[in-house]
Ligand binder design. Structure first.
Ligand code: F6P
Length: 328
């Protein structure tokens, strides 16, 4: 039988994402609602190793629901990948009386949680937070919706200058291994072509498509490219390639970078974070462990951490077709 949980630790780990603060707030307030203690752990697993903790009550999370980033800060800890590091972390948790953990992050963070649970038996619960939306067991990760809106807003601005100068822009968006952000923002921003890691469209196809669009009377174009794209060239090499092969195009590159991870979370991400936080804490209180909370068919559901880590999120192929039709 699982022992009664009286104190829950919460941390954010890996790349930050808008909505993480709203999730911290939700975890802290759900603990307060159920009259148990909550401890914020700073800088992810690194702060756990160093005992960088702070007690958090309902009022300590005032005015953060609307803030980007994470008030608990985030890190990718190399030391936590060692047994010695995890032992140090466990000693600090035991000393602080923490008897369960909520980890807000991506699959790397969940892997850490799973290993820690296997070694020390601490109940753990994951909340998916990454702008990449590449976690199995949820249709949306925290921050994804906000990042989509950020990217679309920026590409709208790029479109203004692209059309004024009759230019072609390659816009690189984040997504190391996943094209969800590129594909959906690309359709939302009316991109001519969208290049993603899941699909190698090939350089010839890209040239053909650009030629076709010029011939059809388009004077400017936006091509969205995910940073992890498979075409085999980075965005600047692509520009050189098009410069060489289609001299009729005046090409510019815009790498959006980390601005995509910042900013106030959208309403969708705030609501999602609140629902995730409640479910994570209440599931731990029900004696559950080693799950990730997620959004499946509009309902908050649990997926075993192991599946969340190993499972792949599929690109919706229909979106590729929609994009192709839209670029007619
Ligand atoms: O996983 C989120 C993400 O923003 C990726 O899209 C990107 O490749 C990576 O993090 C960048 O990581 P860092 O902030 O460590 O450079």
């Amino acid at each position: 039988m699982s022992k009664t949980i009286k104190k829950i630790g919460v941390l954010t780990s890996g790349g930050d994402a808008p909505g993480m603060n709203a999730a911290i707030r939700a975890v802290v307030r759900t603990c307060a609602y159920h009259k148990i203690e909550c401890v914020g752990i700073y800088r992810g697993y690194q702060g756990m190793i160093e005992g960088d903790f702070k007690e958090m009550g309902a009022r300590s999370v005032n005015n953060i629901i609307n803030k980007g980033g994470t008030v608990l800060k985030s890190a990718r800890s190399k030391e936590f990948q060692t047994k010695e590091g995890r032992e140090k972390a466990n000693q600090h948790l035991v000393a602080a009386g923490i008897d369960a953990l909520v980890v807000i992050g991506g699959d790397g963070s969940f892997t850490g949680a799973e290993i820690f649970n296997a070694e020390f038996g601490l109940p753990v619960m994951g909340i998916p937070g990454t702008i990449d939306n590449d976690i199995f067991g949820t249709s949306h990760t925290l921050g994804y919706d906000t990042a989509l809106n950020t990217v679309v807003e920026v590409i709208d601005k790029i479109r203004d200058t692209a059309s004024s100068h009759n230019r072609l822009f390659f816009v690189e968006v984040m997504g190391r291994d996943a094209g969800h952000l590129a594909l959906n923002s690309g359709i939302g921003a009316g991109a001519e072509e969208i290049l993603i890691p899941e699909e190698n469209l090939g350089l010839e196809r890209l040239l053909e498509s650009l030629q076709k669009s010029k011939a059809s009377g388009k004077s400017s174009s936006i091509v969205v490219i995910a940073e992890g794209d498979k075409i085999g060239k980075n965005v600047f090499e692509l520009k050189d390639y098009v410069d060489e092969n289609l001299p009729e195009y005046d090409v510019r590159v815009s790498v959006l970078g980390h601005m995509q991870r910042g900013g106030a979370p959208s309403c969708f991400d705030r609501v999602l974070a609140s629902r995730f936080g409640v479910k994570a804490v209440e599931s731990l209180l029900e004696g559950k462990s080693n799950f990730m909370v997620g959004l499946l068919n509009d309902k908050i559901a649990l997926t075993p951490l192991e599946q969340a880590i190993k499972g792949n999120t599929e690109i919706d192929r229909e979106l590729l077709r929609v994009s192709e039709i839209m670029s007619t």
